[in-house]
Design a protein around this ligand. Structure first.
Ligand SMILES: Cc1ncc(COP(=O)(O)O)c(C=O)c1O
Length: 408
């Protein structure tokens, strides 16, 4: 049998026309009925409808939190959370650099300064041991991100935050259902934020939510989301600066239906990810993230691994991605260090309408070595690939093995 790689005209490991990967999103008549229920109720608006409030209650309970405020997306959820905590001009917020732009851009949006702290190479999450040295008298909060659905070391993050009297926001956009020592993420810090954007494990096209066990903070988040109103106040009574960040009833109805699928989907992703880990465990040149026993449930939004080119004849990560895609295995390169994005260069030097107080930051010359190396080596498979069966996982391992044989 020919071992020719598909990029060179060989037969791919997986014929994606004949055997497509799991589609996403997944839905049936339940979602149709949920949407029609809202449509025919004539109540498409959070303020008058029942869906949004029910979703907030159900999602909070599912995530082990007492309260929740739904909003338009995960980016807004972060901005609202920072505003609710009173973070503003001149304040500093500690963030990891290996994440989606919103984690750090939200800090700029509220006129504060993001301070990047390096990640752990084997979890891709913020390194709690490096937070303390980044704290200054201006530091107000830490945003811990649960990248790929893997909870960050919340023991470490909470310990340093409590010691220095800092707020903690958990950016759990990628991690609904995930658990750290038996508690679902988002409910461990002061506020937790989620995204329901189309690629996420819980999807309404767009959407977001903030959860908390702190009633006072959640009321502040509610006010910011509802144009500065207070729940007990008059309609035209605006106590704080807010915006209109409300979710529609259609989104809430879809999310309630999708949430019913989440436990079984989380279990499926876990089973497949566990099997794929077993297949790749001793694969030379493939380095898997560390398993932390304190993670009692991984949401597996992404399956990530680090690529060691030496074991693949020195071929680059870009070449591996091209070869994998040709073999019918979709994959992507992932983030670049966030502080390299131009938006931070400008804000750090206060070019433009940024807050003119606080430290000047030389983001372009920042070098956080673990993040830099991770960005060079890391690859991602998306969550929907983990919704199939064991043969799907074997295709991934077989494609990697075939490529390695050809390149070594
Ligand atoms: C870690 C992280 N934070 C925040 C967001 C922002 O969410 P949204 O796209 O809903 O604004 C996302 C996803 O897009 C994300 O992955």
């Amino acid at each position: 049998m020919s071992e020719q790689l598909a990029i060179s005209g060989g037969i791919p490991v997986r014929d994606i026309q004949a055997r497509p990967w799991s589609k996403w999103p997944l839905y049936d008549a339940t979602e149709e009925q949920a949407l029609l229920r809202v449509l025919h109720s004539d109540q498409w608006w959070y303020v008058e409808g029942a869906e949004g409030k029910a979703f907030e209650e159900e999602f909070a309970a599912y995530q082990h939190a007492k309260h929740a405020v739904a909003c338009v997306n995960g980016t807004a959820a972060l901005e609202i959370s920072l505003r609710a905590l009173g973070v503003g001009c001149g304040d500093e917020v500690i963030v990891p650099p290996y994440t989606f732009i919103a984690t750090a851009s939200a800090v700029l949006t509220v006129s504060a300064t993001p301070v990047f702290v390096d990640i752990e190479g084997d979890t891709l999450n913020i390194d709690p041991a490096k937070i303390e040295e980044a704290i200054t008298p201006r530091t107000k909060a830490i945003i811990a991100v649960h990248i790929a659905g893997r909870p960050a070391d919340m023991d470490g993050v909470m310990a340093v935050a409590r010691k220095h009297n800092l707020y903690v926001i958990e950016d759990a956009a990628q991690a609904p259902a995930a658990e750290w020592r038996g508690t679902k993420v988002g409910a461990i810090g002061d506020l937790g934020t989620f995204s329901f954007q189309a690629s996420k494990n819980l999807n309404a096209g767009e959407g977001g939510i903030i959860v908390s066990n702190n009633e006072e903070l959640i009321e502040k988040a509610w006010s910011v989301t509802h144009v500065g109103r207070v729940r007990s106040g008059r309609w035209y009574q605006h106590e704080v600066l807010g915006g209109n960040y409300r979710m529609t009833e259609f989104q809430s109805a879809i999310l309630r239906a999708q949430m019913a699928r989440l436990p079984a989907q989380t279990q499926k992703r876990l089973e497949n990810a566990t099997y794929l880990r077993a297949l790749l465990q001793s694969f030379e040149g493939v380095e898997l993230p560390r398993e932390d026993p304190r993670i009692t449930l991984h949401a597996n939004h992404l399956f990530t691994f680090r690529y060691k080119a030496e074991a693949f004849g020195g071929k680059t990560k870009a070449e591996l991605i091209e070869a994998l895609i040709a073999e019918g295995i979709p994959c992507t390169s992932g983030y670049v260090p966030l502080y390299k994005e131009n938006v931070f260069a400008q804000a750090g030097q206060r070019k433009g309408a940024w807050c003119q107080t606080g430290r000047l930051m030389d983001y372009p010359n920042l070098n956080l070595p673990v993040c830099e190396q991770v960005c060079l080596e890391n690859l991602w498979f998306f969550q929907q690939m983990l919704l199939g069966d064991s043969a799907d996982m074997e295709d991934i391992a077989n494609a990697l093995a075939k490529i390695q044989r050809a390149w070594r």
